[in-house]
Design a protein around this ligand. Structure first.
Ligand SMILES: Nc1ncnc2c1ncn2[C@@H]1O[C@H](COP(=O)(O)OP(=O)(O)OP(=O)(O)O)[C@@H](O)[C@H]1O
Ligand SMILES: [Mg+2]
Length: 363
């Protein structure tokens, strides 16, 4: 997938700008607060209908304006053209159009313009609680697999109904039985698809990590689930008494986690900041490869704040990787023009560069 032209009006600190992009590497350089990340966020909006930050549409509207527009002209890997328009107006809301036709539901758009973002905010995937890692896996699989998306939505709905039931003074055991059967059905689908994904993902993560670190350390990624040892049905049956005492469902795929390790130890505790960052890059690049293979369309790759926590040799290796033919269009931000230019020149990579200052293209 390749974004040929991007037009922004009143998006965050950008009043009005148009960019014509290269199909390979595009760089935005400029000082802190210039608006480099905002441009990446606009590209994220066009793919996923929302900011990559926890910001509402209204918060992305340029201060004291009442509408924003993000428009992109795309060319798919099979040369299909797509014109995507995303508009937001105060008191009216958001509109998304594909080739001038408005979508009935935003979810229909997800997956059309695959995108993977690597950003300093990814660190929450290591530092935060398991629900963040489940959210990541859910978003990842939902882009690829409609059955997964509908199963996880149904599972979560039934789970919340079951928890409501457990909070009642007298739990109706017939209703509980029905909920349990449905939880088992959807829970087993989610479990199987998560297990398949992580089995494919883990060796690719290890390979990318080993390339980025020049074989310095070994990393591991594995799937932690109560369903490895027992079927969901058995787990629910055995936990009935515990669940009714605790008044919520204590077992199931809503307790799953990802285990990430370095040298056999948990990366959260023992990984340095650069090692953790390298692991997250390897994970996102592995996600890129899996999405590309499964949709037969290479995603757009956003690399925000390229040098964040990495030493120069890891940045060089990362640039080498994303310049290879496994990757398609890449957007990079950095605040230092010279160090970025040096690396790209050494690597003999073709690139385009924009200087951003206070929400405008300086040159
Ligand atoms: N809704 C908005 N309206 C106007 N300005 C906004 C809005 N949201 C964010 N900004 C401004 O955008 C700027 C931040 O832009 P951005 O995060 O893109 O900077 P950056 O160039 O990536 O900087 P850094 O190098 O520090 O990462 C800030 O000055 C912020 O005040
Ligand atoms: Mg930034």
């Amino acid at each position: 997938m390749f974004l040929e032209k991007l037009t922004l009006i009143n998006f965050k600190n950008i009043a009005q700008e148009t960019f014509n992009f290269s199909s390979r590497i595009n760089c935005f350089v400029g000082d802190n607060g210039a608006g480099k990340t905002n441009i990446l966020d606009a590209i994220h909006y066009l793919s996923l209908c929302k900011s990559s930050f926890p910001m509402t549409d209204g918060q992305c509207l340029k201060h004291s304006q009442d509408f924003f527009v993000i428009e992109g002209n795309y060319r798919s890997d099979r040369a299909r053209l797509e014109h995507i328009f995303c508009g937001y107006k105060k008191q009216v809301g958001k509109t998304l159009k594909r080739n001038s036709k408005e979508y009935e539901r935003l979810s229909e758009h997800i997956g059309l313009l695959p995108l993977v973002i690597i950003s300093p905010t990814d660190s929450f995937l290591i530092s935060d609680a398991a629900d963040e890692r489940r959210r990541y896996i859910n978003a990842f699989l939902s882009q690829l697999d409609r059955e997964y998306l509908s199963s996880i939505l149904k599972y979560n709905h039934i789970l919340s109904e079951r928890n409501k039931l457990l909070k009642m003074e007298a739990t109706n055991s017939d209703v509980l039985q029905i909920y349990d059967e449905q939880l088992c059905m959807y829970g087993e689908i989610v479990y199987r698809k998560r297990a398949e994904l992580i089995e494919k993902l883990a060796p690719i993560v290890a390979r990318f990590y080993s390339f980025l670190s020049d074989d310095k350390d070994d990393v591991g990624l594995s799937y932690k689930s109560q369903l490895h040892d027992k079927a969901m049905k058995e787990l629910l049956f055995e936990a009935r008494l515990k669940d009714s005492i605790n008044q919520h469902t204590t077992c199931g795929i809503h307790r799953d986690d990802l285990k990430m390790s370095i040298g056999g130890h948990p990366i959260r505790k023992y990984g340095s900041q650069g090692q953790q960052k390298s692991f997250l890059i390897a994970l996102k690049l592995a996600q890129y490869i899996i999405v590309a293979n499964s949709l037969e369309e290479k995603p757009i790759l956003l690399l925000d704040d390229l040098f964040d926590k990495l030493d120069i040799s890891r940045v060089e290796r990362l640039i080498k990787l994303v310049s290879s033919s496994d990757f398609s269009q890449v957007f990079i931000t950095d605040c230092n023009k010279l160090r970025l230019e040096n690396i790209l020149e050494q690597n003999k990579t073709e690139y385009s560069m924009w200087f951003i200052g206070d929400g405008v293209i300086i040159k």
